[in-house]
Design a binder for this molecule. Structure first.
Ligand code: SAM
Length: 278
């Protein structure tokens, strides 16, 4: 090992393109005595290809406490451990955070390596101009809970970054369109792989775009939504809108009056009223 030894190295692995493993990551994986992997069978071929002699131990979401204790033991015995997940950066919508917390709590060193991560890879090519971003990761799989989370995020003035599975992409995009209305959606699919595609367009047209070609619904997805526009409803417009709808006013009347009272754009309130009713 050329690096300091008895540390936990948090090592990102490629999302698809093996050339994305950094030289430093390669060196660590080749020289550490232990690799803690989310799935030891999945990571076996990569380690073999690197000529790594490391012994592996499983560190997945169902054994993280136990794995953390074993890793701390190794570190305290002076042995270095590399932590990897199936793809990308450990701890980012992946197991790893508990291991890192336990290692830090035990007073051992944690060394993070920069590298592949689907969220930042997608963001860098999104063309979204928001100065800030919020990484959410996976939304709840149940529709009601998912829409509630989206509602909570609706007023965030920064780009929103989500991970999604192919079998849920249509329903999630439909919910995003209902809750967020007219924003930009970037659909980043199969990043770094043969069929990589990055599509950007109005959120309200995205569902039709996805349905036009079933291939567009395949693979791994990062969904990025532009942030709430400046001067958008800070909550007051919606509060008044709801009161007026509850009083029995029509969608159109309620939007018009709420706009006159709060100064929030009438069209935005009209879309919101439709979403609330649905
Ligand atoms: N830790 C990983 C990272 O750093 O990005 C994320 C792991 S999470 C379990 C897997 C999700 O990441 C996928 O469902 C997908 O949303 C996203 N993802 C992973 N690889 C991707 C790729 N090549 N293209 C697009 N999204 C990807």
């Amino acid at each position: 090992m050329t690096e300091e030894s008895a540390a936990l190295y948090v090592v990102p692995t490629p999302l698809g393109n093996l050339a994305d493993l950094t030289r430093r990551a390669e060196e660590i994986l080749r020289t550490v005595p232990w690799v803690a992997a989310e799935d030891t069978r999945h990571s076996g071929p990569l380690l073999k290809q690197l000529g790594s002699q490391a012994r592996t131990l499983p560190a997945h979401q169902h054994n993280e406490h136990e794995a953390a204790a074993r890793i701390v033991e190794k570190l305290q015995a002076g042995e270095a451990v590399a932590l990897i997940s199936d793809a990308g950066t450990p701890g980012i919508s992946d197991p790893g955070a508990r291991v890192v917390a336990a290692v830090r709590a035990a007073g051992c060193k944690v060394v993070p390596l920069p590298g592949a991560c689907a969220a930042t890879t997608a963001l860098s090519a999104s063309g979204l101009l928001d100065e800030h971003f919020l990484f959410y990761g996976f939304l709840p799989s149940k529709g009601g809970q998912r829409r509630q989370v989206l509602e909570e995020l609706r007023q965030q003035p920064c780009a929103l970054v989500f991970y999604e599975a192919p079998h849920r992409v249509l329903e999630t995009v439909a919910d995003m369109a209902t809750v967020f209305g007219e924003r930009t959606l970037v659909i980043a699919r199969e990043l770094t792989k043969l069929f990589e595609s990055i599509h950007s367009g109005p959120l309200t047209a995205a569902l039709d775009w996805l349905k036009e070609d079933p291939n567009r619904q395949r693979g791994e997805f990062v969904l990025l939504v532009s942030g709430a526009p400046a001067g958008a409803d800070d909550g007051e417009g919606e509060r008044v809108l709801k009161l007026l709808l509850d009083e029995g006013l029509s969608t159109k009347q309620a939007a018009k009056l709420a706009s006159a009272i709060t100064g929030v754009a009438k069209n935005a309130l009209y879309d919101r009223a439709l979403a609330l009713k649905s």
